[in-house]
Design a protein. Sequence first.
Length: 295
Amino acid sequence: MRPCVIFNPAARGEKAKRFRRYLDDIGSECALKLTWAAGVARQLAAEAVTEGFETIVAAGGDGTLNEVLNGIGDVPDGFAKARLGVLPLGTVNVFAKEYAIPTNIAKAWAAIQLGHEIQIDLPKVEFGDGRERRFFAQLAGAGLDAMAIERINWETKKVIGPLAYVVAGARAMGAPQFTITTSNGKETLAGELVLVGNGRFYGGKFVLFPEADARDGLLEVCVFPKLDWGVIAKTGCALLFQNGRELPGARYLRCREFELTSSPAAPLEVEGEGIGTLPAKFSVEQRRLRVVVPR
């Protein structure tokens, strides 16, 4: 069966424009479902699973990828029935960088057609007093980075790209920070920023979790006890020039499940999209997510 591609026709940016032009070339090779608002990609992905599509492609950024991933998960046995493909059209595309998925549309589409599949771990976060659930593929966070996402000017993001996150982060640093408690039942850490990874990269091709293995059934947790401009500067330099090493001043955990709590409730994000506030419980299912990647 042909892949099903989920795409927002109103998406802006050069990559989205190139993809719209490329649709004429691949129209006969796929089924296309068009979104029109936030959350619709999730509904369309669930619909595609029930229609029997075995490969469902997120054509967009990490946020679109997350919606499609959760749409697959909304269907009983959805992850057994369908696998995830990615055409990276977003600003950062962290997941695509993790698995060397080309940003060149023709090359990325060729990889999807070849259909080489791997199985990776599937993280999940439960929040809103346990009433809400969100799967994610690559990363999540609570505290400063989620505050920064709340402050991003999306028009600026289209102009300056990833630098928009830096600007928003500077704005978030001017606000009171949260104290977040991280506990896995054996060890407890407190900090003002908690980042969670299912891969090595964060914010682009920056190695935040050097020991990460997306097939080992464990999540990577990075806790910054205290944030100030000195810590931010040291962390930035380490990410730029010390790839493959743990960050100075950060504390790390590797575990199958853990909880985050704070008072007042700190903001929470997955895949660069704000989803709610703490408390939250994280867990992971080993090698449950099927992904199409280049050989």
